[in-house]
Design a protein around this ligand. Sequence first.
Ligand SMILES: C[S@@+](CC[C@H](N)C(=O)[O-])C[C@H]1O[C@@H](n2cnc3c(N)ncnc32)[C@H](O)[C@@H]1O
Length: 272
Amino acid sequence: MTNLATAQPQAVLAFDYLAEGYDDLFTKSLIGRAQRDVVWDVLNHTFRSGDYVLELNCGTGEDAMFLARNGVSVAAFDASEQMIRIASQRLRAEAPNALVRFSQLPIELIHEIRTERQFDGAFSNFSGLNCVADLNQTAEDLATLMLPGAPFVVCLSTRFCISEMIWFLLRGKLRTAFRRCSGRTAAKVGEFVVDVYYPTLRQVRKSFSPAFAMRSCVGIGVTVPPSYLEPWIRKHPKLLNIMRAIDRVLSNCRGFRVLGDHMLLRFERVQR
Ligand SMILES: C[S@@+](CC[C@H](N)C(=O)[O-])C[C@H]1O[C@@H](n2cnc3c(N)ncnc32)[C@H](O)[C@@H]1O
């Protein structure tokens, strides 16, 4: 069991509750796949075979397994005991000799990680950092674990998601349409209430400065919608292909890259 006093206790319980169905709900969904493909493209260009990489909020281990297939060694952590159980089961079944280790640890405690050498890079995929109240502290802790020049790739939910706004406005759900806009919302997951933070690009950059300098930002799911629209997109598979094609153009445009479901930032650990 993790020390629940350090991470949000309700968030940990919520993800424990979601863990068993997470892959069916998100990892294997058409939308989840489409969004993750873009992240994998960036991971592929960032990490090389032989690198030793830290993964925060690894969930069921989809990305760690992907990197391991490419020869990357991964130390992967998540606050949820159930997510780690599933990831570890998967590792034993699919690639017992892969250089991956899954451990339960919240982001708020990464300063406790003891490692024989500093990491060549780090990443956090799909909104784990949106559950963390103090990103300044995360940046400070992360900086001590990483080699100078090492990349940090992070995928966060955005503050303003246009497809979400349009979807809910058309249904007359004003409050849901603008739920992210205040920068913080209480999301209900089963019987649990999770505080979710939606920092802007500028706020994330500021939190990670001066130890990290931002090198790139791409939009993830600019027109490809959030994964809760999976039942709708399954009825319109051709539309998803069109959206993927549009995203290939818009995800790099300054005006659009922070208006999708997620934004993917690539930082570099700089010498102070
Ligand atoms: C949407 S899932 C993403 C999982 C995985 N990275 C992926 O790409 O599928 C968010 C993950 O963040 C984890 N998480 C939430 N708050 C956390 C915290 N404070 N410390 C570590 N992990 C946390 C959850 O347990 C969950 O596995």
